[in-house]
Design a binder for this molecule. Structure first.
Ligand code: GUN
Length: 289
């Protein structure tokens, strides 16, 4: 068997085209959706991500602004800016790029963002709403995974879903989203005794650990839908996922590539959350994804 490719770039383009229509409707009603991104320090990867987020906003007619701080900026400075943005009616989404420098209390920073503008979905209120099955803003990467699975009509109710990785950004919210769709969900960690025994049972397998080749073809159930969230750079400078693509392709029924799989969907879902926030602030109807 050769897996069918789940093309995140194509799903992303289609989703962004729909969002552009919603941005136009908002602008006609007098609101331009606005995203503020805060970045502290000189992490080159973070700088690229932040620039890409701003560019994506512009491409669908949204306002964006980047607030950059040196690595030795104080937490108080950043908290003061967040407070200002919380009160700014031109801003509908606030995102603090992670990781933050060591001297920051990340939880404190994330909790300072108004839950009404928490387009990353990392605020405890947003995570609690997701936990209770009535989500407000959902974390962008796992939400993007759900949109890809739905786009390709992958069944979720009653299936065995396995999530490898339990980060707050991907693994944990991913498990909750799959659970909300009536999948039987297992979360594997770095201490899981026999990872392959779990992954081989998975009808839907989501891998998000940040280590290349963690899952190989022999660990995959024939015909499974495999979503690779990892983005790793090899010594040769090549981008690869957490799943060994070549061997996985021989076994899986569906597979996301890296690059061109989950990656483009993360920014797309950030745009979706910001558009939704603007619609809610303007009192307009806001379709849920
Ligand atoms: N760093 C890596 N991924 C993310 C993300 O989705 N949001 C934020 N704020 N920082 C990140």
């Amino acid at each position: 068997m050769t897996a069918a490719i789940m093309d995140g770039l194509a799903v992303s383009k289609e989703t962004r085209a729909r969002l552009q229509g919603r941005v136009e409707a908002l602008r006609c009603a007098g609101t331009t959706p606005g995203l503020a991104v805060l970045i502290v320090g000189e992490n080159p990867a973070s700088k690229v991500y932040v620039r890409n987020k701003a560019k994506a906003c512009g491409e669908i007619g949204m306002h964006s602004e980047i607030h950059e701080y040196p690595g030795d900026a104080t937490e108080a400075t950043v908290l003061a800016k967040i407070a200002e943005l919380n009160a700014d009616p031109r801003i509908h989404g606030i995102l603090v790029q992670l990781p933050l420098p060591k001297h920051f209390d990340v939880d404190n920073v994330l909790e300072t963002i108004s839950p009404h503008k928490d387009v990353d979905g990392f605020h405890k209120e947003s995570l609690g709403a997701l936990m209770s099955g009535n989500p407000t803003f959902q974390p962008c990467t796992p939400h993007g995974v759900m949109v890809i699975l739905d786009h390709y009509g992958i069944p979720l109710a009653g299936v065995d879903a396995v999530v490898v990785g339990r980060s707050n950004i991907v693994g944990k919210p991913q498990a909750l989203m799959l659970l909300a769709r009536d999948a039987t969900v297992t979360i594997c960690t770095s201490k899981t005794k026999d990872l392959a025994a779990h992954t081989r049972r998975a009808d839907v397998l989501v891998v998000a650990v940040g280590r290349p080749g963690v899952v190989t073809g022999d660990m995959i159930k024939p015909g499974a839908a495999v979503v690779d969230v990892g983005i790793n750079r090899t010594a040769e400078g090549k981008l690869v996922g957490d799943v060994d693509f070549e061997s996985a392709k021989q076994v899986a029924g569906w597979l996301t590539p890296v690059p061109g799989g989950v990656g483009p969907m993360t920014i797309t879902m950030l745009l979706a959350n910001t558009v939704r926030s603007a619609e809610l602030a303007a009192g307009l109807p806001s379709p849920k994804f």
